[in-house]
Design a protein around this ligand. Structure first.
Ligand SMILES: Cc1ncc(COP(=O)(O)O)c(C=O)c1O
Length: 392
């Protein structure tokens, strides 16, 4: 790609694997598990990493490389590695970098499976985690111990849509020599680039807005060359690699990320404003509504507010049930970041394994709904929500 073409949209489209002799316009699918060598010396030199080339698709493949190259350009990162799922990216990133006896300081509001890693699995390897509340970033320094290695957060958070001040986190990490790792899934690289604020690594579940059409699973971690090298070596041996097919789909999806996310955000803001005025809604949380508790921070670090809205229906569990049972067009599904609008009840689905006090501490109440606003016409989205609320 011409180095002058620096705009987000251009990079998302024009970064492409080298053309084959067929001169294809759009990147082909390299559905191959391995690659062949000219002879024994080339094979030896390639495995010894004296020669940079594809060996085996668990290590690299032209489709995954194209996807990773785009993600690095869009996040402003030096290097990256692509994973089969977002959770493979989260787990492998931690597992590659941590040793027994290390300590993590994390925001309490993290995705349910990430929380399970911290409280159920990492303690098996003598890795402990201390949590801070999303709205208490000032308490982080008190949690830091001599063995703390990683500071971790999501922003905006799932499902509470809270926003953390990335600049503050970056400064704390720098001051205490910690690695700052940010799960940037809800924002996508189009809305927010945590590396600008001091993150060492950025993780994505590409399953969400990056695919954007609810088709494939994928994950990616990008950051400094040095850290990605550790993550690559761990992953090359343990096997969480993204399939070439999914990488091909995701790389194509990135070509339209900017236009899709712009429209998602426009629809989400309109729905959020509608909900805020509805008499059957107790509260609405959307980063670009002035009523959001971290509105100023969101405005500082995000281009737009994203496509996720959290709101609470007046009427508790029964009100929530009635609402979900009367939804007609939107999907009742656990995924998010799809073209189709999705409504989820975190308390009984994605976050059901959390104890009641843990749910409340991250803002999950019985009547809370998480809405992933899609790309259908906004009047149809509002009409669907409206008619379901009428039944409550
Ligand atoms: C913030 C966040 N991180 C990580 C994940 C895990 O991603 P995946 O489902 O691709 O494993 C999710 C999934 O919803 C998520 O919302």
């Amino acid at each position: 790609m011409n180095k002058e073409q620096k705009h987000f949209e251009t990079q998302a489209i024009r970064i492409q694997s080298e053309r084959t002799p067929y001169q294809e316009h759009s990147s082909p699918l390299y559905l191959t598990s391995g690659f062949v060598f000219e002879g024994s010396e080339e094979m030896r030199a390639s495995f010894a990493e004296e020669k940079e080339r594809n060996l085996y698709s668990r290590f690299s493949n032209p489709n995954t490389t194209e996807f990773v190259d785009k993600m690095c350009a869009l996040e402003g990162a030096e290097a990256g590695y692509a994973f089969a799922t977002g959770m493979a990216a989260v787990f492998s990133t931690f597992a590659a970098l941590l040793n027994s006896g290390d300590h993590i300081v994390s925001s309490r509001s993290v995705f349910g499976s990430t929380h399970s890693l911290f409280i159920k699995y990492f303690p098996k390897w003598n890795i402990e985690t201390s949590y801070f509340q999303v709205n208490e970033v000032d308490t982080i320094e008190k949690l830091i111990q001599p063995n703390t290695k990683i500071l971790y957060a999501e922003s905006p958070t799932n499902p509470g849509v809270d926003v953390l001040d990335l600049e503050k986190l970056g400064n704390i990490a720098k001051k205490h020599n910690l690695l700052l790792i940010i799960d940037n899934c809800f924002a996508t690289p189009y809305l927010q680039n945590p590396i600008k604020f001091g993150a060492d690594l950025v993780i994505h579940s590409a399953t969400k807005l990056i695919d954007g059409q609810g088709r494939v699973l994928g994950g990616v971690t990008v950051g400094t060359k040095e850290l990605i090298r550790e993550i690559y070596l761990f992953s090359r041996n343990t096997g969480p690699a993204l399939s070439p097919f999914n990488a091909w789909v995701l790389s194509k999806s990135l070509e339209t990320l900017a236009v899709r996310v712009d429209k998602h955000c426009e629809n989400a803001l309109e729905l959020a404003k509608y909900l805020e005025k509805h008499p059957k809604i107790n509260w609405v949380k959307y980063p670009f509504l002035p009523s959001h508790p971290q509105y100023e921070i969101a405005k500082k670090q995000m281009k737009l507010g994203g496509n996720i809205i959290a709101f609470e229906i007046n009427g508790g569990v029964e009100g929530g049930k009635t609402f979900f049972d009367h939804i007609k067009m939107s999907s009742l599904s656990a995924n998010l970041g799809d073209t189709r609008t999705i409504v989820t009840h975190p308390a009984s689905t994605t976050h059901s394994k959390l104890a009641i006090e843990d749910k409340l501490s991250v803002g999950i109440t019985d009547g809370m709904v998480r809405c992933s606003v899609g790309l259908e016409h906004i009047q149809d989205i509002i009409k669907d929500i409206e008619q379901a609320l009428e039944k409550v």
